[in-house]
Write a protein that binds this ligand. Structure first.
Ligand SMILES: *[C@@H]1O[C@H](CO)[C@@H](O)[C@H](O)[C@H]1NC(C)=O
Ligand SMILES: *[C@@H]1O[C@H](CO)[C@@H](O)[C@H](O)[C@H]1NC(C)=O
Length: 499
């Protein structure tokens, strides 16, 4: 009896010990979405990385162990913004490159539009990457009161230039639709300044939605010396610079938190932090111990670190092992904001608030990594319960990369694996693979043992379920190369007006 009582008190402690803060009707919501963050690229998985701010947020909040994204940036962003799997909005194929005359189709209402309807002030700082060929696709046309940052997939951190898969390099740094004057300041630090400015100028009786889609740690290994110097004892230059970027990311998040505290908004804020997909080993990120790099259907591309912090959480300071997918963030944010409405059944996203705030069992039992029925390299993957099936080509960036370079288990300092798409690889690309991989990702999270031959029934069941999802698939948006969009036609700046 006594013992039972003791158990009860211990179990109840996290609840009793918390002062009962009245839940603000509509909390401020800060969503920090970072670019190409590997599983092993956060301090709570790799203690060599210095992230004092995030580690403190993690300790006072909840760390997630099974938060999933989609394999590349555009599909992940589209899922978060629409609450639907990317194959249902036409955003499943690779990503929107500079010269693609498309975006997220305009019939889909995006998250900030829905939040505005219930009174949120909505601001976005950082990378968009959901189409810019016409003004209707831009963040400020789709629900954000303001946007400061880039429209393309990424730029040099100092020069803000991007020339990926296009004849010319172009400048990409916007303040709403105006062009930010060139400077040689480090982009992420400029973004931090704008985030602080937004918070400082926000009338704090209104709920704020701030989406900070950071342009790092992805892309170039450029980093101010002070951050690289934090790791001067590391010999490998790529790792030193990459860790420096991770610490810079942490520093910037600290500035956002400090600004919210200074305005007395912090206690009413829910902060969420998540990567958009796994790391590219070419940039020294690490998804270890998971397999594959960004762009593949393996866990390394899709199982990413994340956390949540906020006084509304009823149970904190632990690792939550419940399964959820980025599409759920959309629905969960709507629930938190009081913006759920009648059309929710259209969405693939589920409301995870009870899982996030109280550790309740996730309502999600399956999730789709992607279905990309591209004629050259079809690839799809789904998980139901403990089992995951990959069919077709496991690297969705084929034919731009060689699968044998992208499906390994990469850790820091390993030789660079092919990263961003390159046109010259087409000549020596291998023929598409047509794999059938079945993994038990609970006992084999590193995807080392393909057990498809032992379990034809499970394979068939997962295939059938993929086919059911396929019925809702719409063909990808137009991804032909439209040279009229070249930056050279717009004074060297990536610009709308050509689709
Ligand atoms: C997190 O996931 C790993 C690998 O799937 C598992 O071994 C570990 O026990 C999980 N951690 C928690 C706290 O559930
Ligand atoms: C895709 O865009 C190109 C260039 O703008 C255009 O010529 C083509 O007709 C479009 N294709 C489809 C299927 O809409």
């Amino acid at each position: 009896m006594y013992c039972l009582y003791f158990v009860f008190v211990v179990l109840a402690l996290p609840y009793i010990s918390k002062p009962c803060i009245a839940k603000a009707e509509q909390p401020h919501i800060v969503l920090i979405f970072v670019d190409d963050l590997g599983w092993n690229d956060v301090e709570w998985h790799n203690p060599d990385i210095k992230m004092p701010v995030l580690s403190k947020l993690a300790a006072d909040g909840v760390i997630f162990n099974q938060s999933y994204t989609h394999p590349t940036c555009t599909p992940s962003r589209a899922a978060m913004m629409t609450g639907m799997y990317p194959f249902r909005t036409g955003n499943q194929h690779q990503m929107i490159f500079n010269l693609h005359p498309s975006g997220v189709p305009l019939e889909f209402k995006l998250l900030p539009e829905k939040l505005k309807e219930v009174g949120y002030f909505t601001h976005m700082v950082g990378k968009w990457h959901l189409g810019f060929c016409k003004e209707e696709y831009l963040p400020t046309s789709r629900g954000f009161d303001s946007h400061y940052g880039l429209w393309t997939l990424g730029v040099g951190h100092y020069d803000k230039m991007n020339g990926v898969l296009s004849p010319s390099e172009g400048y990409d740094f916007r303040d709403n639709i105006g062009v930010v004057p060139k400077s040689d300041e480090y982009l992420t630090l400029m973004l931090a300044e704008r985030a602080e400015h937004i918070i400082n100028g926000h009338y704090n009786k209104h709920p704020l939605f701030l989406q900070f889609t950071m342009d790092i740690p992805a892309k170039h290994l450029e980093i101010p010396d002070t951050f690289e110097a934090l790791y001067c004892d590391i010999e490998d230059e790529r790792t030193r610079k990459f860790y420096g970027k991770l610490s810079l990311m942490d520093h910037v998040i600290g500035r956002v938190v400090d600004a919210l505290k200074a305005r007395e908004m912090w206690d009413d804020t829910v902060l969420m932090f998540i990567g958009d997909n796994g790391a590219l080993a070419s940039q020294a990120g690490s998804n270890y111990p998971f397999r594959g790099i960004a762009g593949t259907l393996f866990e390394g591309a899709t199982r990413v670190p994340s956390l949540i912090h906020g006084s509304m959480l009823r149970e904190t300071g632990y690792v939550n092992n419940e399964l959820w997918n980025l599409v759920d963030l959309h629905r969960t944010i709507l629930a938190l904001a009081g913006a759920e409405s009648g059309s929710m059944c259209e969405l693939d996203g589920m409301n995870m608030w009870d899982t996030f705030s109280k550790g309740k069992k996730s309502p999600r039992e399956e999730h789709v990594y992607n279905i990309d029925d591209d004629p050259i390299s079809p690839g799809a993957a789904i998980r139901i319960g403990d089992y995951k099936l990959i069919t077709g080509h496991p690297d969705l960036l084929y034919p731009y990369r060689d699968i044998s370079l992208t499906d390994g288990w990469y850790n820091y300092g390993d030789p660079p694996a092919s990263g961003l798409p390159s046109t010259d690889q087409e000549a020596n690309a291998p023929p598409p693979l047509n794999v059938e991989y079945l993994f038990n990702v609970v006992v084999d999270p590193s995807e080392k043992n393909n057990i498809a031959d032992q379990h034809p029934d499970i394979v068939q069941n997962l295939r059938d379920r993929l086919d059911e999802h396929r019925k809702l698939l719409i063909p990808p948006v137009n991804q032909t190369t439209e040279l009229a969009g070249d930056a050279a036609n717009y004074c060297g700046v990536w610009s709308p007006g050509w689709c």
